[in-house]
Design a protein around this ligand. Structure first.
Ligand SMILES: Cc1cc2nc3c(=O)[nH]c(=O)nc-3n(C[C@H](O)[C@H](O)[C@H](O)COP(=O)(O)OP(=O)(O)OC[C@H]3O[C@@H](n4cnc5c(N)ncnc54)[C@H](O)[C@@H]3O)c2cc1C
Length: 310
């Protein structure tokens, strides 16, 4: 942002964009925003929606679709005095598995004192439990001995926050004079922490098309669509990886330990892959799942879930 400002962009901070404005030909013509209690219109030929999970343009254009498979729900808060283990792991992100459908917990260091802790599970689990967020949170902390240990002296320092409408995607990521980037375009269960990386790549790839649009004075959907194609192929790979993982949890540990596939898995975890042919590990995982499915006495057979993978 500072770089853009140094090149002549005007930067407004602390303002709320309320609407993206379109002209009679259905091209964006700017945004309406609130600044110092005033509504103003700022003209612009190109609008980049980077509003994250607020999904401003997705909601305005009614192109937001909740994910048909992942309907998860998170309850999270910040804590002091979480037991983060010994150096160097005090700075690590930890994931705990919970004994409930697609359930896991995160432990993310915010600074040397504060830790973000969150419980994720299917929304049905929360609804059926009919518990207050704090009670629900504690129930699942107590369901995993390692997590319970980490939280034994923890002290909550802010209110519990709830994340519903957890996973979604937009029907379109680019149109006449606009693109959607980062979480404004798509959000999938952050089990592998790839969100920031995907958001940055989407910014990079969209900027290439925006540059093209300015150079050719062409802000049409057709000029911007190659960005959508690129981002969609990347997010589909990442989505496939997450589905395969939930189909058979031990798959991940098996493949990350393999010499042949370890690097591919690490790149997938980073959200860095935009070309399916670069990750044959996904086909290897599919083959492995098929073997487990067809071998009733396989050691992992009882761990197969009903997640559709095709
Ligand atoms: C529970 C949870 C845990 C996660 N854990 C991880 C993790 O461990 N690792 C990881 O990489 N990712 C994680 N993610 C994902 C990650 O947070 C996002 O993918 C990433 O922040 C997306 O970046 P973004 O810039 O698209 O959106 P955001 O970071 O959400 O930024 C959007 C910005 O737009 C502003 N904004 C919104 N609406 C308006 C408006 N109308 N006008 C003006 N400004 C507006 C917001 O204030 C915000 O500053 C997690 C997400 C969740 C929900």
């Amino acid at each position: 942002m500072k770089h853009a400002e140094s090149l002549g962009s005007r930067v407004y901070q602390g303002v709320q964009v309320s609407e993206v404005l379109f002209d009679e030909k259905n091209f964006t013509r700017g945004v309406r925003l609130r600044i110092a209690d005033q509504e103003i219109e700022v003209p612009s030929r190109m609008v980049v929606d980077a509003t994250g999970r607020q999904t401003l343009l997705g909601k305005q254009l009614r192109v937001k679709k909740n994910d048909p498979i992942f309907d998860q729900f998170a309850v999270h808060a910040w804590f002091k005095n979480v037991e983060r283990g010994k150096e160097p792991s005090t700075d690590y992100i930890h994931i705990y598995f919970l004994p409930v459908e697609r359930g896991w917990a995160w432990q993310i260091p915010i600074d040397h004192e504060i830790t973000s802790m969150g419980i994720v599970a299917e929304k049905e689990v929360f609804k059926k439990g009919r518990m207050a967020p704090g009670e629900y949170f504690q129930k699942y902390v107590d369901s995993n001995p390692d997590l319970q240990h980490a939280m034994r002296n923890a002290e909550r320092i802010n209110d519990f926050k709830l994340e519903g409408d957890y996973s979604y995607k937009m029907d379109t990521f680019a149109g006449n004079g606009f693109v959607l980037i980062g979480d404004a375009a798509r959000f999938v269960d952050p089990i592998f922490s790839s969100g920031v990386s995907v958001a940055l790549y989407s910014a990079k790839y969209s900027s290439e098309r925006i540059q093209y649009a300015f150079e050719h004075n062409d802000f049409s959907e057709a000029a911007l669509k190659p960005y959508e194609k690129k981002l969609r192929s990347g997010t589909e790979i990442w989505y496939e990886f997450i589905r395969l993982y939930y189909k058979l949890l031990p798959l991940f540990t098996k493949f990350i330990g393999s010499k042949e596939h370890r690097i591919e898995i690490l790149r997938l975890l980073q959200g860095e892959v935009f070309d399916r042919s670069e990750v044959p590990v996904l086909d290897a995982m599919r083959k492995y799942i098929k073997v487990v499915e067809e071998t009733p006495n396989h050691a992992f057979a009882s761990m197969l879930t009903d997640i559709p993978i095709s």
